[in-house]
Write a protein that binds this ligand. Structure first.
Ligand SMILES: O=P(O)(O)OC[C@H]1O[C@H](O[C@H]2O[C@H](CO)[C@@H](O)[C@H](O)[C@H]2O)[C@H](O)[C@@H](O)[C@@H]1O
Length: 352
């Protein structure tokens, strides 16, 4: 049913409405979407205004904007530092290229967004780094011009250069349909059998809890609770913990109404960003200007890398004040679209 509805919405080119304010508070404290009973219910931004933001920073959005100014407003100034540098663009998927919607299977990307990403990718090396499985993001994005990193960076399809500092056993060379070489880098490869087992267990455990959805993201697993009754949050959390308890080499992280189970390896979106910069040939150079746009807690790992290197522009997508390592902000995916269009046009018109 969910699959066929997803297809129907896709055929209609219909994207579900945006939830502008998101919550990543602890599951026990998390509030249920007031209108989130049905899986395809429209999430009305105004229904979220009393939700707690990511952290309890009770500052107003306008004063938060002073610390994290709009990347659209600052566009000219930002790009003025691009002289002599190669811009590399990193994009998160959910909440960045597509709005947050009630059904994860329906998080389609709009055609204008797809065109903008294509335009950007034709001018700058561009990668999409997502918590989803790599195949799923590719299915949504449908562009061959970009590099993809799925499973929070644990499944990368990148440029053909192998990087010696990374273990060769995780890197495989392959050819695409046109005969172009690429590299698949999967640093959590040995965890796959355990993930498959865990997936079955979680699916069984979640069956009795109405609204719980398990998503197979290949090297990690998402347990969605957006449609779970608030009174069942504790039970779901307990069941997830009971499975996790049997797998000591995995841990839990949190996203927007989702618990994410991932292998406990030192690898996150920040490492994926570094890996891609390496394979693109930018290790140890300062002639690169990475731009990373993301909305979720896992994107903070990438913001942190850029901040610690004093490199490029970390941009958070948020319409509420949030604690973040990002320097700049964009309100929502529609502002991301405007930013990408401007970036592509800037390249066309610049003499850099
Ligand atoms: O790294 P990302 O590309 O941002 O992926 C993070 C998670 O995104 C998806 O879940 C979120 O978006 C869904 C669709 O808008 C929404 O229904 C859900 O509540 C959000 O948590 C995806 O389904 C997860 O597997 C990703 O881990």
């Amino acid at each position: 049913m969910r699959g066929s509805l997803a297809k129907l919405y896709q055929v209609l080119g219909f994207q579900r409405a945006v939830a502008n304010v998101e919550d990543i508070e602890s599951i026990s404290k998390a509030r249920h979407d007031r209108d989130g009973a049905a899986s395809l219910t429209v999430l009305n931004p105004s229904d979220h205004t009393t939700d707690e933001p990511l952290t309890a920073t009770h500052t107003s959005y306008s004063s938060w904007l002073n610390d994290h100014p709009s990347a659209l407003r600052c566009f000219k100034g930002m790009l003025s530092s691009a002289k002599g540098k190669r811009i590399v663009v990193f994009l998160d998927y959910d909440g960045t290229l597509s709005p947050i919607v009630s059904d994860p299977d329906c998080a389609f990307m709009s055609d204008p967004m797809r065109s903008a990403v294509r335009e950007v990718a034709e001018r700058f090396p561009t990668a999409i780094i997502s918590g989803r499985s790599r195949d799923k993001v590719h299915e949504f994005v449908k562009l061959d011009e970009v590099y993809y990193a799925g499973s929070h960076g644990m499944d990368i399809r990148g440029p053909p250069q192998q990087v010696k500092t990374y273990d060769g056993k995780y890197q495989t060379k392959a050819l695409d349909k046109k005969g172009n070489e690429f590299i698949i880098f999967q640093p959590a490869l040995e965890f796959l059998p355990a993930i498959k087992e865990m997936l079955k267990e979680l699916e069984k455990k979640a069956r009795g809890i109405q609204g719980a959805v398990i998503e197979d993201n290949r090297f990690c697993i998402s347990v969605h609770y957006r449609h779970v009754q608030e009174s069942d949050y504790g039970l779901l959390h307990e069941r997830v913990q009971s499975v996790l308890g049997k797998y000591p080499h995995f841990h839990l992280t949190r996203g927007k109404k989702v618990m994410e189970i991932r292998p406990s390896i030192k690898w996150n979106k920040g490492h994926a960003l570094e890996y891609l910069l390496d394979t693109l040939g930018f290790t140890g150079t300062d002639n690169v200007l990475p731009v990373y746009i993301g909305d979720d807690r896992t994107d903070e790992d990438a913001f942190k890398v850029l901040k610690s290197k004093g490199l490029g522009y970390p941009i958070i997508v948020s319409s509420t004040p949030r604690d973040t390592m990002a320097t700049y902000s964009l309100r929502d995916p529609s502002e991301v679209l405007s930013f990408l269009i401007r970036l592509a046009r800037w390249r066309e018109n610049s003499s850099f």
